[in-house]
Design a protein around this ligand. Structure first.
Ligand SMILES: Nc1ncnc2c1ncn2[C@@H]1O[C@H](COP(=O)(O)OP(=O)(O)O)[C@@H](O)[C@H]1O
Ligand SMILES: [Mg+2]
Length: 242
């Protein structure tokens, strides 16, 4: 279970302190599929990076399975079972796709196991397994490889920041299938996906809307989804994939 208690993050802008995340308290129970949505610039990615330990919150506390992880590093949090897929994936120079899948899994995955993860994200595994993670990979390919690394890890909490970004429609359908499968096959794992996509919102147990650094709405999908899709502002929150 993940518990965020009064999380704030302030950034310095020309000598002035601005509140990017403002007093966010949120509990994600085990086995839950939570989708965080809301307008661009609302603070969603910042919050995800705070949970993963990539940036340090200014105040507030983070608990994971009852333990205070506020002061723990990215590596310690990763070891505890928090997995994160970035909105803008990182390119690891000099490593192959197989290397990073093995690092993610924390063991010597066989080539055939690695191929299964790549196939799951819609990549023809044999074309990718020995590819180097460099500029020759498109943003969409990199994104899918990164999702495969989270699948390869046995995480307790999986965090995906806009997995749909830069992905074509065919892969998008595939991506929805991945999330549907993760949802069916949770084994106590919780999943947080930051997304604007209605099809991802549609499979959420809970939806959290973050705007202007704060939680604007929060609740079960059945209650929140009609509120955010049936309004004039819907296009600001949900983009239908055409
Ligand atoms: N370190 C920082 N310094 C200044 N501004 C920041 C910093 N990090 C994020 N921001 C700003 O905070 C706002 C929220 O960003 P972000 O978390 O990426 O939002 P979202 O993911 O919801 O689109 C944006 O306006 C962004 O430019
Ligand atoms: Mg973002």
């Amino acid at each position: 279970m993940l518990e965020l208690k009064n999380i704030t993050f302030n950034a310095e802008d020309e000598g002035q302190s601005i509140g990017i995340v403002r007093d966010v308290s949120l509990t994600v129970e085990d086995n839950k599929f939570v989708v965080i949505t809301g307008p661009n610039g609302g603070g969603k990615s910042t919050l995800a990076k705070i949970v993963a330990g990539i940036i340090k919150n200014t105040s507030g506390q983070i608990f994971f399975d009852g333990e205070d992880i506020t002061e723990k590093s990215i590596t310690e949090r990763a070891r505890m079972g928090i997995g994160f897929a970035f909105q803008q994936p990182v390119r690891f120079k000099g490593m192959t796709v197989l290397d990073i899948l093995r690092i993610a899994a924390g063991r010597t995955l066989s080539v055939s196991e690695a191929c299964d993860y790549l196939s799951e994200v819609g990549l023809c595994a044999k074309d990718y397994i020995d590819r180097e993670i460099n500029a020759s990979l498109s943003g969409g390919e990199l994104k899918r490889i990164e999702i495969a690394t989270v699948l390869a890890r046995d995480v307790k909490l999986a965090l995906f920041d806009e997995p749909e970004a830069g992905i074509d429609l065919w892969s998008f359908n595939n991506l929805i299938r991945i999330f549907e499968n993760m949802r069916k096959d949770r084994h106590g794992r919780s999943i947080i996906v930051i997304s604007h996509q209605e099809r991802i919102l549609n499979i959420a147990d809970e939806i959290v809307v973050i705007a202007d650094g704060k939680i604007a709405k929060q609740g079960s999908r059945d209650i929140i989804l009609p509120e955010i899709t049936g309004t004039e502002n819907a296009t600001n929150i949900c983009h239908k994939m055409v």
